[in-house]
Ligand binder design. Sequence first.
Ligand code: DGJ
Length: 737
Amino acid sequence: MNRLDSFGIYFDETSSTFLLQTEKASYVMSVVNGYLGHVYFGKKLGYYPGKSVLRGSEYTYVSGKPGDKCTFMDGYPFEYSISGTGDFRTPALKIKNSDGFTGGELKYKSHKIYDGKKGVQGLPATFGSEKDTKSLEILLTDDVLGLEVTLKYSIFEGIDAVVRSVHIENKSDKEDGTFYIEKVMSSSFSLTCSNHEVITLHGSWARERIPDRRKIGHGRTSISSTRGISSHQEHPFMAVVSPDAGEDSGDVYGVSFIYSGNFLGEIERTQHDELRINMGIADDNFSWELKNGQSFDAPEAVLTYSGEGLGRMTHSFHRLFTDHLIRSPYLHKKRPVLINNWEATYFDFNEERLLQIARVAKEAGIEMLVMDDGWFGHRDSDNSSLGDWTVYRKKLPDGVDGLCRKINEIGLEMGIWFEPEMISPDSELYRAHPDYAIAIPGRPASECRNQFVLDLTRKEVRDCVYEQVAEILRSSNIRYVKWDMNRPLTDVGSLTTRGGEFHHRYMLAVYELQERLITEFPDLLLENCTSGGGRFDPGMLYYSPQFWCSDDTDAIERLYIQEGTALIYPPSTIGAHVSICPNHIVGRTTSLSTRGYVALAGTFGYEMDITKFSEEERAEIKKQVEMYHSLNPLVREGTYYRISSCSGLTKGNEKNKSFAWMNVSSDKKEALLTHVQERGGANERSVVLKLKGLSEDAVYKLSDGRSFTGDELMKIGFVTDKIYGDGASKLYHFIAE
Ligand code: DGJ
């Protein structure tokens, strides 16, 4: 037998078995009695496996005896399950016919395997070339409904990930064969082990993406958002892990979703102690009408496998998102060091105030001023003017273009804030078009932050807001846009869009608007933001290379938030700024240098009134900017490793007192170690950190002249300098001799 080790997608005719081979993982499906079953996902196999785990022969139904189909339907590990005909586990697909009855059966029809990968109509999607990407499409059908389901799989050379999506088509030949998709998961697979745990990222406003690790009990465990955004509270990500999984060992199955709206991630531990793991659009309030000839595309989900713990999972996501998802021309570029006026002035600014900040910022080496909320309509607080993207002359007498010219004369670039998806009740737009706001006809909608959400599912509404935003950008030399979004969707109703379709059509509209923006302004640096990181997800990264990570800019809180975010998102995507102390959100004071090191782990920038800083502090900021210029290429392009953490991501680490992480260049010649002591303690010694990703044989030097072999640093460890106090920190830059 020939081994099938190389990267590729294989099909064995005799056993009807599919084998997807990535760098170190295999994904296997096979057909029993026409039903596609999930055989395996895990450590790489060398050959096609048998399909005994599908237990075909144990079912009398499969052996041709009548009467026991239900047992089969409820026990078979369907690759893509459908409800209503005996499978009582949580389904991947639920279709209701025009009489309101739910039921279907999906049988394998055909498949195709090809090089490269197709996009998904109207949705963010991974991409790949014919050289490094292979795809598989499997067609399943239900002849009674006239339903065609195409399961799509893509794999990428060098990355242990399988990207999946689903295309549903109504091919009914009945006169009115309309049916309704009541639930459509983008991925579903089964695991035969029962003792796994799950890690999810939970949070709140200003406390996003905090790891939560727990056992998976019987029944259903789920995470979801029904807020119309992927949300601060739960995140479209799950890692199903073996109980022993740590940073470098154990089985880790990562599941992520390339989507920014309502989602559902669920795990069902069945009566037979198997796991069914689903990820897709939330079925709550979802019902998509599909008439004869119509089709629906589900967003892409990403599955990763690591047999070497959480670290390898992180690297798979980072590589996939960097090489196959983010399209921005800024992806591999140093982003301009910006200063944002939000925490400096909030709404209380005018042209002169911004110019003062710009002048001092310029002296410190800062490269861009971003004018945040409050420059339009008559906005002096959060209670007016969203939807009126015309300049507030009281604050900016010479307009945005006038301010931009003056900022450019100082030697800085300019960026601007918009919240294009919103409308204030106190706005010209609302007075002229109250129906532009999302509301259930006849029911007053709930205000949140004194604002409503625009019904972007209507083309005239999209055009109206797009033209206003584009006009500002067309008429001034703006190089950066912060696209904010500050409330969830409630009271969902529309003059034109069906209820069960609204949330998804809203997301399609947001994606369309952002696509229009980056198409018309290809050089624009777009940063997304949703009251901080409420929509920081792979979907938005398709349009913008960075996302404002959190409104909590406190350096210590950020250790948790940024570690949780970097669990799957590359450092180059994590919007991070140095801000004022005591911190406005938590009231904590942390040294300027620690604030700088923590911001360096992301995109880096400032968010403070620099004019109020002392000469010494400004000089320190100047040094930080220089540090950013010299170290950002390593942070942005290097491989990220968690070295020490207090987050509970790996068992028992909550007892640690410090966070440490590394960024290592791809040739392993350069490495940056950041060590932040969250809490100081009495009679403590320096910490020994086992470094990662280095070359064993290389000798690494620090700027103080000390040198170490990579072998020593990784096996014995690096003894940090003793640092004193809460939030104390130190940076170590290792360079191979
Ligand atoms: C929420 C954002 O996260 C902040 O950075 C700021 O832009 C405000 N909105 C402005 O209203």
